[in-house]
Design a protein around this ligand. Structure first.
Ligand SMILES: Cc1ncc(COP(=O)(O)O)c(C=O)c1O
Length: 503
């Protein structure tokens, strides 16, 4: 990768750090993971015994009355009682009142190891004081928003440019969803083409054109309630890792005006739930070049978590456009953005007085000083402390410990990690195939099992992402991970109890 023109000494420093910090210590053995996942979905679900589930439920009743009361009130005013899917929890959502480093505390005083990481952004750990102090300073001087230019916008854009050289121009937005919307619009305006290809199972936010093939590959418009079919007419899904299908789709699109963009999560759909093979991104790059489509990396999760250069530095593949979210505002709202070459991003130039072609992108609170200050200081802190590598070592330790527990208890569960992104698949629901004749019978029980496992983990003092994914941070020290492993050990031992579905 080339160093951008005008790069400062800092960029050289960053580049040196990138080269020396191997954040992802080893790419998982994709064949071995796929074999184990295949076995998992063809083994009857190994649920927790009813007795253990009753005990965990009783723990909630006894220890979380405050959360229960808040959740009951919430259900009266908020659809489903939660504003955010991440907060869904059986038997009721937990009301968190304090966050610090690797831990969360609920309103009843219970402490949890935080593997949710607010959905990804807190690679430094929660509420990292040096970032908070800078944000507080900013609030004291100009408040969170003015609508005018602020130096932090420039500093953040420049820092991202230094870390991620493919980003010559950066547009800060309010969320990853907005970043994806902007990416598709920019790609279409730049190429003059209309079709968009995504990978089945990948999540790119909730805007109309990408609520397609979510979670389970091949599901197409299944989750697209409220979205007109026409909005999805130009969106296509190809199976994860299937380069032949991608080539066929790109070829088919040629006779229908061509493909504007291929958008991928570079580590594989749903943060590697369907794991990409290491060569995949370079091969997609080649196909995009062959067919004149722009390659969009959705790095909402991976940018900065997988290293300051993101997944594109790891794979050494240069996308045309990169979507940012989460870490880009350092765990503060509002986190989103789009970056790319000066040439491609030029369609965003013009402003209110534009007379030529311009892609219309932006919003009232886009690039507010609060988000930019938080993002800028968080990224500097992550670089200074080597947070992505430290978080990844915690992920390695967690995965190794979980693998040992799974083996010790002879459970069919599957764990693997990509640095600080750790997968723990117990029910296999995310890996069911629509082509499997048993699909309809398996979906319900395996989905319920995921909820049960998630409840058990939180009753044991750990918050996970939907019971199947765990993000680690720099604050997850060896002691925190070992404590968590002891807690996971209790859940997995219960699952392996004699007579509980073992062959
Ligand atoms: C890969 C990916 N893209 C896009 C998004 C959407 O980002 P946001 O929730 O900020 O809209 C997410 C959110 O989790 C994501 O994981």
């Amino acid at each position: 990768m080339t160093t951008p023109a005008g790069a400062t000494e800092r960029a050289t420093e960053h580049a040196t750090r990138r080269a020396t910090d191997r954040v992802v210590s080893a790419w998982p053995d994709v064949d071995a993971v796929e074999r184990r996942l295949d076995r998992l979905v063809h083994t009857p679900p190994r649920r927790l015994p009813e007795r253990a589930l009753a005990d965990y439920h009783a723990w909630y009743v006894e220890h979380t009355p405050g959360s229960r009361a808040t959740a009951e009130e919430a259900a009266a005013y908020i659809p489903d009682g939660v504003q955010h899917n991440l907060a869904l929890n059986d038997p009721w959502p937990l009301e968190i009142v304090r966050a610090d480093g690797a831990h969360l505390w609920d309103t009843d005083g219970n402490r949890y190891v935080d593997f949710l990481a607010a959905g990804g952004p807190t690679v430094l750990g929660s509420n990292h004081a040096p970032v908070r102090e800078k944000v507080t300073e900013l609030l004291a001087t100009c408040g969170p928003v003015t609508g005018m230019l602020h130096a932090y916008e420039v500093r953040l854009a420049k820092l991202i440019h230094d870390f991620v050289p493919s980003v010559q121009r950066f547009r800060m937005l309010g969320s990853g969803t907005e970043g994806v919307m902007a990416a598709l619009r920019v790609a279409r305006a730049h190429t003059g083409r209309a079709h968009v290809v995504k990978v089945g199972g990948a999540y790119h936010g909730w805007s109309d054109q990408v609520v397609y093939g979510l979670r389970l590959p091949g599901t197409g418009a299944l989750e697209a309630a409220g979205i007109p079919a026409d909005a999805l007419r130009l969106t296509h899904e190809v199976p994860p890792g299937d380069l032949d299908a991608l080539r066929d789709r790109l070829a088919a699109n040629e006779s229908a005006g061509g493909t504007a963009a291929v958008i991928v999560e570079p580590i594989g759909p749903e943060s590697g739930t369907h794991l990409a093979r290491p060569a995949f991104n370079a091969q997609v790059r080649e196909l995009c070049d062959e067919f004149g489509a722009l390659l969009v990396f959705d790095e909402v999760v991976t940018a900065f978590r997988l290293g300051m250069g993101g997944a594109q530095a790891y794979f050494d593949v240069r996308p045309d456009l990169t979507v940012f979210g989460k870490c880009v505002a350092g765990g503060y709202p509002a986190a989103g953005g789009l970056g790319g070459s000066q040439e491609v991003m030029a369609v965003l130039e013009g402003g209110l007085t534009a007379v030529g072609t311009r892609a219309f992108v932006g919003g009232t609170l886009s690039a507010n000083p609060l988000s930019c200050a938080a993002g800028y200081h968080a990224l500097l802190e992550m670089d200074r402390t080597g947070a992505p590598a430290r978080a990844a070592r915690a992920g390695d330790r967690l995965r190794a410990g979980l693998a040992e527990l799974i083996d010790r208890h002879a459970l069919p569960y599957v764990t693997y990690n990509i640095g600080s992104i750790v997968h723990l698949h117990t029910s296999g629901v995310l890996h069911l195939s629509l082509d499997d004749p048993a699909f309809a019978d398996e979906l319900g029980p395996r989905t319920r099992m995921l909820g049960e496992m998630s409840m058990a983990y939180s009753a044991e003092g750990m918050i996970t992402i939907a019971g199947s994914r765990l993000y680690t941070s720099m604050a997850h020290t060896d002691a925190v991970i070992d404590d968590a492993l002891a807690r996971f050990g209790r859940v997995l031992a219960a699952a392996a109890a004699p007579g509980n579905g073992s062959p």
